[in-house]
Design a protein around this ligand. Structure first.
Ligand SMILES: *Cc1c(COP(=O)(O)O)cnc(C)c1O
Length: 228
């Protein structure tokens, strides 16, 4: 699990090349896809290897882990960006607003209200993406497709939150492309510019369908332990 730094750098270079190739293949402008390197469960020295290799945007799933890992890394690399991509409990919203540059997992009214309250209180505003449960899976995070208009309306009108885009995680057993296409259509319908979709196994399809952020973990850092 502790890959040598040169291995992380090598994998990172290969993923960057694959992203550029997918952009070219699908008529997307070069550089229109941001690589979010998903470093959850990996220790600071592994993340540091990616930073040294020039990676600047990272994804984390857990507030407590990020709190332990990132302050020192940020001191060394002040231009690093950390995005929360995992589910967020409302009682951790204060810490999340303090820690992260973007939150991809806004998915319900109570959380939107708490994030808005914390932004007011802290005077610091992470960029926000709404996670959509495109497969309408019962246990999965994300607002149901039918609930998206009301949640966006609440964020924009009542709470004054600037939602930047949408995020999805397709059901594991489904082909991902229909979910990516649905998310792209929803973003278009609602005038949202960012699309966080695509992981190690399917980022090419996501780029084809308009992803602006691909979240790639294992293809860069290697296999994770059982927790994630
Ligand atoms: C862990 C995780 C990823 C990265 O998955 P890989 O298959 O390792 O690339 C992407 N998005 C979310 C929301 C995740 O939790």
């Amino acid at each position: 699990m502790n890959d040598a730094p040169d291995t992380v750098a090598t994998r990172l270079a290969a993923i960057r090349a694959a992203i550029r190739l997918a952009e070219a293949d699908h008529g997307r402008p070069p550089g229109s896809t941001t690589l979010v390197a998903v470093s959850k469960t990996f220790p600071a020295e592994v993340v540091r290897a990616a930073l040294v290799a020039g990676q600047r945007v990272f994804g984390e799933n857990y507030v407590q882990e990020s709190k332990a890992k990132w302050p020192a890394l940020r001191e060394e690399f002040p231009d690093a960006e950390v995005h929360l991509i995992g589910p967020l409990q409302s009682n951790k919203a204060a810490e999340a607003v303090r820690l992260f540059d973007a939150i991809h997992s806004l998915d319900r009214e109570s959380l939107a209200r708490e994030i808005a309250r914390q932004i007011d209180r802290q005077g610091r505003a992470p960029r926000l993406l709404v996670q959509v449960n495109t497969g309408d899976e019962s246990q999965k995070a994300g607002v149901p497709v039918a609930g998206l208009p009301a949640l966006l309306d609440l964020c924009r009108s009542a709470l004054g939150l600037a939602v930047e885009g949408l995020m999805c995680i397709p059901p594991v057993d489904d082909p991902p492309s229909p979910h990516f296409a649905l998310l792209a259509r929803l973003a278009r319908d609602h005038g949202l510019r960012s699309l966080s979709m695509g992981m190690s196994a399917d980022f090419g399809a996501a780029i084809q369908l308009g992803a602006t952020h691909v979240r790639i973990g294992s293809a860069i850092f290697g296999a994770r332990g059982p927790r994630a």
